[in-house]
Ligand binder design. Structure first.
Ligand code: BGC
Length: 810
């Protein structure tokens, strides 16, 4: 232990007034108080009233304050929307507004931004994350954090690191080579800490190269604290701690959530200290860091749910909507030329802010597409609405008690085994439990337990039933001794089902096995009868579409796909929406398709659609922002922060068979080549490239100039709005090295900027490139290396639309 301890990075007790205050408190703390300070409560640190140390209250919040008691807060466009703006001012404004709301609700920390790289289109939390590119995510995070912290509230950047999938997120071992880690998965965090000054960071659930992130000394001690000079508190994701001594030495400062003396960082830590296994100086460092983070906060503007914040959400949403297609200038629609517009689709009038896991927000209102369009066309044109189809969410009812005349024998095991005698045996009327973070019985722990139910099911009808289990974590269903549903594995609430022919009055022996690892414990045995009726929804949509001058068709994915704890099963629109879109395009060819998705989806029908917009999860003012774009109040300026492949199999992790991992291990064998880095290097065509997005106007690039100084450079380029309307243009700068001793991606984003240009106006965009823009991570030297030579500087409107080039000689 002492060897391990030698290189432990300790926070400096300097003359900084906050550190001095921390020291004054720290000196009065007892050993027990210090150790107790290393685990929290539900959503706060533990207060020390004797010394006047308050609880450091936390709130989830990449896209709005979630609060812990149903507080109402502004629901901002989600992370992927924010990234689509390519505008650091948007991130700053959102950060400031969120800091103000956190002040209002007396929260000291916002658990956000969430900045993991989007490695696969299936990642359940892609909607919360920002990009497949670390520079874009990093710069936005820096501004978001600076905004939040300008209001005296701390930001907690998450989830550190390589938490790129939700399937098996609690245990999966991400195997990532050092160079890939440094160049792809860490830079956004590095920027968030070094440039953004984030005062806290959240260690991810997963393992990295064999070790849980919450006890990963390489991540937390070597890189975060030693190399990056992080002074603040490293907390765990909720329930992500797995050991006492490993975590103590691994560099984590705060176990979250907490509440029991049995927490790893509670009594067991005190025992380890008493036994001399963990030196007190290790605890001291953790305590100082958390105190420093707490006392670095202070006063700020305290206001929530004010029209100014709502206006910010609308402005961000406007800039985030990406126009992917606009054949023959279909858009904008001119309200003066419209008599009747049909707003159709399961997403046209759907509110989504209140779901999706920990990032959900209870906003005072949410303007749907339908409402936004109605408001915009009030007194100008008739708006008709038809839902047309279901979202495709599978909502099944628990099998009712009546189907189990004798109930189910429930056997609960206090450990993760089905062997030996159960700890508790009882009769359960049916299977529909949500124990939250609790347990089914006082004799059963909250985590790491098994349960089994057996009994007789009597079918009430003859027909094709869908039978399934939904559970968090794993479950299996056996019917008459045969395994029919295998929903085993660590995951959030996830349903799996099978279709079975059942006969009325017949008895079937059912058995369900369940286990709970950590976090929420949920299990349900459900069924549904297939619906063989004709489709009245579609008939109504046909009617509405036929007579309309234009159709706005709103389709997408709900938070049943875009969620925490499980990944999306595929890259399609949910349910039968692809067929539905194709059908509606035939009914009325003037159908403008609007996607509401959390990540890339396949759009096999896009050739037939005259116009296509990606609206993501656009926040509480999303419908108004969409109307602003549709009717040309503003020109679209959003650009994709990730690549849309033609199909899932084209995406690098999938093309190489590196998803979702095998036997608990996930090899990132594609290395540096994710997203556009892969498509560009391998010269493959994506469906829509990274950085792509159309406008109602056109821009001309000229006069690129490069000035080099040592290993840094300044690049300027003139951009002229050559169209008839004002518009914003995000200009992107990529670097391509001519030669290198190591394999490098074809090009990498190293600068971006966004300006508003009036029709005819020219502005000069300036990009400052530091040495990192040219460097690669030299694993042997454990440092960044700039190779002398030539680098192409590629400036353009998207990763595949380079308009100006130059060469930088280093
Ligand atoms: C999520 C975190 C979140 C935490 C607290 C976890 O399940 O992964 O992002 O901040 O819960 O709600």
């Amino acid at each position: 232990m002492s060897l391990l301890f030698l290189g432990f990075p300790k926070v400096q007790v300097d003359s900084d007034p906050v550190m001095q205050k921390v020291e004054a408190i720290f000196k009065q703390m007892t050993v027990a108080e210090k150790v107790d300070f290393c685990h929290g409560t539900g959503f706060a640190t533990r207060p020390i009233p004797r010394l006047g140390v308050p609880a450091w209250e936390m709130s989830d919040g990449p896209q709005g304050l979630r609060g812990n008691d149903g507080e109402k807060a502004t629901y901002f466009p989600t992370g992927i929307s924010l990234a689509s703006t390519w505008n650091v001012d948007c991130a700053k404004k959102q950060g400031i507004a969120m800091g103000e709301e956190a002040q209002y609700y007396r929260k000291g920390v916002i658990l956000g931004p969430a900045i993991n790289m989007i490695r696969t289109p299936l990642g359940g939390r892609s909607f919360e994350y920002m990009s497949e590119d670390p520079f874009l995510a990093g710069k936005l995070a820096v501004n978001y954090i600076q905004g939040v912290q300008s209001q005296g509230v701390s930001a907690c950047v998450k989830h550190y690191a390589a938490n790129s999938q939700e399937n098996e997120r609690g245990t999966i071992d991400a195997r990532v080579d050092e160079r890939t880690l440094r160049e792809l998965y860490l830079p956004a965090f590095e920027m968030a800490i070094k440039e953004g000054g984030a005062r806290s960071i959240m260690a991810a659930y997963n393992r990295l190269n064999g070790t849980y992130c919450a006890e990963n000394s390489h991540l937390l001690n070597d890189i975060l604290k030693k190399e990056w000079g992080f002074k603040g508190a490293a907390m765990s994701d909720w329930g992500a701690v797995h050991s006492t001594i490993g975590t103590a030495f691994g560099g984590l400062d705060l176990e979250m959530p907490g509440g029991s003396p049995r927490d790893f960082m509670a009594q067991p830590l005190l025992n380890a200290v008493t036994a001399g296994q963990v030196p007190m100086s290790v605890i001291d460092d953790k305590v100082r860091r958390t105190l420093w983070a707490i006392y670095s906060g202070g006063p700020g503007t305290a206001v929530a749910n004010n029209p100014e914040h709502w206006a910010i959400t609308r402005a961000i949403a406007r800039e985030s909507i990406v126009m992917l297609k606009n054949a023959n200038s279909t858009l904008p629609l001119d309200p003066a030329k419209l008599k009747k517009i049909a707003v159709i689709g399961p997403f046209a009038d759907l509110k989504q802010g209140g779901s999706g896991g920990s990032s959900s927000v209870y906003s005072p209102y949410e303007v749907t597409a339908l409402q936004g369009i109605k408001t915009a066309l009030e007194g100008k044109a008739e708006v008709v609405y038809a839902k047309g189809a279901e979202t495709g969410e599978q909502v099944f009812d628990a099998i009712p008690t009546s189907a189990f005349p004798d109930g189910l024998k429930g056997e609960y095991f206090a450990t993760k085994t089905f062997e030996g005698e159960p700890t508790v045996t009882r009769t359960d009327a049916n299977l529909d439990f949500d124990w939250g973070h609790g347990s089914p019985d006082p004799k059963i722990p909250n985590d790491n337990f098994n349960a089994r139910w057996t009994g007789t099911l009597v079918a009430p009808k003859t027909g094709k039933f869908i039978l399934g289990t939904s559970s968090d974590d794993g479950s299996r269903l056996y019917v008459d001794g045969k395994l029919v549903v295998d929903n085993w594995g660590d995951h959030g609430v996830q349903g799996k089902s099978v279709q079975l022919d059942l006969v009325q009055g017949k008895k079937y022996q059912v058995k369900v096995q369940f286990y709970e690892a950590a976090g929420d414990a949920v299990v349900k045995l459900y069924w549904s009868m297939p619906n063989a009726d004709s489709d009245p929804l579609l008939t109504a949509a046909d009617e509405a579409a036929k007579s309309a001058d234009a159709v706005i068709l709103c389709v997408g994915t709900t938070h049943q796909y875009d969620t925490e704890g499980s990944d999306k099963p595929d890259m399609h629109l949910m349910g039968k929406q692809d067929a539905f879109v194709q059908h509606m395009l035939r009914v009325n060819p003037k159908t403008i398709v609007v996607l509401f998705t959390g990540s890339a989806v396949e759009t096999p029908w896009s050739g037939e659609a005259p116009a296509l917009l990606e609206a993501w999860y656009p926040g509480m003012e999303g419908g108004n922002a969409l109307a602003d774009i549709l009717f040309g109040t503003v020109s679209p300026s959003g650009k994709l922060p990730l690549t849309f492949p033609n199909k899932l199999a084209d995406s690098p992790a999938h093309a190489n068979g590196n998803y979702p991992g095998k036997n608990g291990t996930l090899h990132y064998d594609e290395g540096l080549l994710i997203g556009y880095r892969y498509f560009d290097t391998k010269k493959l065509a994506p469906k829509f490239p990274f950085g792509f997005g159309l406008s109602y106007t056109t821009f001309e690039y000229s006069n690129l100039k490069v000035k080099t100084e040592g290993h840094t450079a300044t690049v300027t380029v003139d951009v002229k709005n050559t169209g008839k309307v004002a518009g914003m243009e995000s200009v992107q700068l990529y670097i391509h090295p001519h030669k290198s001793a190591v394999e490098r991606p074809e090009k990498e984003l190293k600068g971006f900027g966004k300006e508003m240009l009036d029709a005819g106006q020219t502005k000069t965009y300036t990009f400052k490139l530091d040495s990192r823009a040219f460097a690669y991570y030299d694993v042997k030297a454990k440092d960044w290396k700039v190779e002398p030579g030539n680098f192409d500087v590629l400036v353009g409107s998207s990763s595949r639309d380079i308009r100006s080039r130059g060469v930088i000689k280093l």
